[in-house]
Design a binder for this molecule. Structure first.
Ligand code: FES
Length: 163
């Protein structure tokens, strides 16, 4: 047979031992690559859809956090910490009052920040503002207040727990 002669589909061709099965190999490689690509796309979507439930379970499992040496936090400052999987903050107000609350904005979930100057909690994502004592949503798009925690200051730590 001369080079360049087409005699039919490759599947019908009798292969000599050691002759590469180029079309089958290509189709198998394309199938594996396609499966890998589909899995790579599907996994983040699965994680995105499953994460609220997982976060809620992980959050519910944590009832209390002990912040060792946090009793030394100067008045007028804040300590960011994790309460389960979510960020939270312990505020030691200038008047001596201790307040702890979640630091997850109730609008779209950005992490909020305590601003000691105006003594407020601000969300930089869309300008939401919360009361730094009650967690109440004061202005901007947040639809609900921040969740408050119970605070107990001891000589060695600050214990933060669900109300
Ligand atoms: S996420 Fe906080 S105001 Fe939008």
């Amino acid at each position: 047979m001369s080079q360049g002669t087409i005699i039919g589909p490759l599947e019908d061709k009798q292969l000599e031992p050691g002759e590469p099965r180029t079309r089958r190999f290509f189709l198998a490689a394309a199938g594996i690559a396609g499966f890998g690509y589909a899995a790579a796309l599907a996994y983040p979507i699965y994680r995105y859809l499953a994460s609220p439930n997982e976060m809620a379970l992980a959050e519910a499992a944590v009832k209390e956090v002990t912040l060792k040496d946090a009793q030394k936090l100067p008045a007028g400052s804040v300590l960011m910490f994790k309460f389960g999987p979510r960020p939270a903050m312990l505020i030691h107000h200038a008047n001596g009052q201790w307040i702890a609350m979640t630091a997850v904005c109730t609008h779209l979930g950005c992490t909020v920040q305590y601003e000691p100057g105006p003594d407020r909690i601000h969300c930089a994502c869309h300008g939401g503002v919360y009361n730094a004592y009650t967690g109440a949503n004061v202005s901007g798009p947040p639809p609900r207040p921040l969740q408050l925690f119970k605070v107990a200051v001891t000589p060695a730590a600050v214990e933060v727990s669900r109300v």
